[in-house]
Design a protein around this ligand. Sequence first.
Ligand code: MG
Length: 305
Amino acid sequence: MLTADFQVVDQRFTAVSYGNIHLEKLASGCRWAEGPAYLPAGRYLVWSDLPNDRTLRWDETDGSVSVFQQPSSFANGHTVDREGRLLCCEHLTRCISRIEIDGSRTVLASHYQGKRLNSPNDVVVKSDGSVWFTDPTYGIDSEYEGGVVASEIGARNVYRVDPAGGEVSVVADDFVMPNGLAFSPDESLLYIVDSGFTRVPDGPRHIRRFRLATGGRSLADGEVIATCDYGIFDGLRIDIHGNIWTSAGDGVRCYSPDGTLLGRIVVPEVVGNICFGGIRRNRLFICATASLYAIYLNTQGALRP
Ligand code: MG
C-alpha cells in the first residue's frame, strides 16, 4: 500500500504511483459520467454526462465547470486527434463526428455498407490519421442512453476509418459488446474491451490484445489478456511504458502490457472511463458515475490522447 488511494498488487506499481498523492474530486452532479478527453491547447477537459444528453467542460486554469454542448446527441466516448481536434461518439445520431478548428462539425463515419451504425462507444486515432472505433448497441437498446431502434447492421463490430478516402471497414467482428480501445505506444498492438457481461449472463468482461497487421490497417490474434472479476472494464488508456489503465467496479486498475494486475486506484464511485491529461500528461482524469476525479501519476499517457 502506498496511500489509501493507491493499492499495490505487484511491486512494479510503486514505480508509477506516489505515496503522498490522493484522489481529487473536481466535479459532480452527473447521471453517468463517461468519455473524458483533455485538450492541451486550451487546458480543459470535456466529458459526457450521457443520460443527461450533455457534454461538460472542466477548465484546468480556474477549476470551473460549464456545459460544453447540450443536447449532445447522447455523446459517449471522445478523443483528441494529432491536430488537436475533438472526436466524438454520438449515440443518438449514431456516428463519429469531429469538431473542426473553425467550430464546424464533420461526420467521419455513420454507415457501413449502406447500413447505419449502432451507437459508437469509444474512439482512438492512430498516428497515420486513421480513426478506430467500437460500435456496440448500448445507445440503441434504451431511451436512457440514446433511442431504442433495431440494429441495421445486426452485429457489434470494431471499425477503421481510412484517412485517405474515409472508407469504413470492419477490423473485428467477434465481440459481444466492444467498448474501450487504445493502441500501445508504438502502435504495434491494439487493446479492446469486451463488456458483453452487461447483456449476456457470464458474458465477456475482458481485455483483448490484437496485433496490427497489413501495414497497420488490420488486426490479427486477439487473445484475452485480462478478465475483470468486479464489475466490467469499460474505458482504457495506455501510458508511455505500455501499462494499461482501465476502469473496473472497484476503481481504476493498472495492468502490465502482458495483462498482470499491478495495482488499483480506489475511487468511491463506479468508474466508467479515464484519460491522461494536463500539459505533462501525468494526471489521470476519472469519470465515475456522478463525478469527475483526478490523480497525479508517476507516468505519462502515451502521446495519443
Ligand atoms: Mg465505453
